[in-house]
Ligand binder design. Structure first.
Ligand SMILES: Nc1ncnc2c1ncn2[C@@H]1O[C@H](COP(=O)(O)OP(=O)(O)OP(=O)(O)O)[C@@H](O)[C@H]1O
Ligand SMILES: [Mg+2]
Length: 333
């Protein structure tokens, strides 16, 4: 996978070409101060609310706001505000019906949906979007290392103009979405997007589904994209997304070895269609591992005695340290 392919798979590159076949969306340039805010680890406060009253406790010792605060008091920070950007985003959300699915140039914050109050990527305000973006490793990947897995590492990184993509919220059926792998303008493989679950309708309608995808591909997608090797997901003959053809994209029920070597394409006439065929092979959601750290789970359930012992030791040493400090302060001068 080359850097150029990654550049061609940015939302603002493919959306104008396939606008008719995908969900209505708006693209807003992301100002540099918003990018800085998203990447700032210390700030736990969520910006972008309609009323500027949100205050949250933070431990960030580098924070500018801390300078105004007396030592030894809890630090309360005001979230940074971006009034102009906020009003543009709200206007865009309203024009898309009030509920949107947010993403950056390539990725949506799929790993962070558990943190939202509605456990979903559905957003109604900029603060909903910020909460998801600031909690997502996928968003950080887009912002910091979009060319990480490219083979042409020696060439300079292309300049990226970051964009906030707002897509009209649509109730998509998980079992109705398929990822299609396209190599040299040929549709070589199809896998359900939600490959960890068993869907009876896929088993029953394998032929019809495969045919509908092939028809859609040859009529609307083939030869229309700038890049020969790309991957897309038509869910019931709607295009949802385009991804680079390479390791950075989840190969679902295939392996990248099979897809790139031509092994899959050579085996048959049409595309290879793989799906989960029984309840027995159902797997947990791949995004579960992005939730809270494993240590938290082990500690709260008391399942790992050693971690509990370490935690208690840590607490004890912290307590001793603070007692020592107190003694020093109370000592006569
Ligand atoms: N407009 C929308 N409304 C509701 N759900 C959506 C919308 N667009 C996408 N989704 C859901 O979110 C999922 C992820 O979307 P999308 O593929 O755009 O994210 P992504 O970060 O590019 O994922 P990947 O890295 O796997 O390509 C889709 O498979 C679909 O189920
Ligand atoms: Mg994608």
């Amino acid at each position: 996978m080359k850097k150029e392919q990654v550049v061609n798979c940015q939302f603002s590159v493919w959306y104008p070409i396939f606008k008719k076949h995908t969900i209505k969306s708006l693209i807003l340039p992301l100002p540099q101060n918003v990018i800085d805010y998203l990447l700032d680890d210390g700030t736990l406060v969520v910006s972008g609310s309609d009323h500027n009253t949100q205050q949250t406790q933070t431990n960030n010792s580098d924070s500018d706001a801390e300078e105004d605060i007396q030592p030894e008091m809890s630090c309360f920070c005001q979230a940074p505000e971006f009034p102009e950007f906020t009003s543009k985003v709200l206007e865009a959300i309203n024009s898309l019906g009030g509920r949107v699915f947010p993403k950056l140039n390539w990725s949506a914050p799929r790993d962070a949906n558990w943190i939202a109050l509605n456990s979903s990527l559905q957003c109604r305000s900029l603060s909903d979007i910020f909460l998801l973006f600031k909690s997502s490793d996928f968003i950080t990947h887009d912002l910091t290392q979009p060319f990480l897995q490219c083979s042409d590492q020696d060439s300079p990184d292309p300049v990226i103009n970051y964009e906030l993509v707002l897509r009209k919220w649509s109730e998509l059926i998980p079992g109705g979405e398929f990822r299609c792998f396209v190599k040299e303008n040929k549709l070589i493989a199809i896998s359900p997007r939600d490959y960890t679950q068993y869907y009876q309708h896929i088993l029953k309608q394998e032929e019809q589904i495969s045919q509908a995808i092939q028809d859609f591909f040859s009529q609307h997608i083939q030869y229309n994209f700038l890049d020969e090797d790309c991957e897309h997901q038509p869910g019931r003959v709607w295009l949802i997304d385009l991804n680079p053809f390479g390791e950075v994209t989840d190969s679902l029920l295939f392996t990248w070895g099979e897809l790139t070597s031509g092994e899959v394409a050579e085996q048959q006439e049409g595309p290879a269609f793989r799906y989960t065929t029984s309840e027995v092979t159902v797997q947990p959601s791949p995004c579960l591992s992005y939730r809270i750290p494993r240590d938290f789970v082990d500690l709260s359930t008391g399942e790992d005695a050693y971690k509990l012992i370490d935690f208690l030791k840590l607490k004890k040493s912290q307590q001793e340290e603070s007692e020592e400090e107190e003694e020093q302060e109370n000592a006569p001068q």
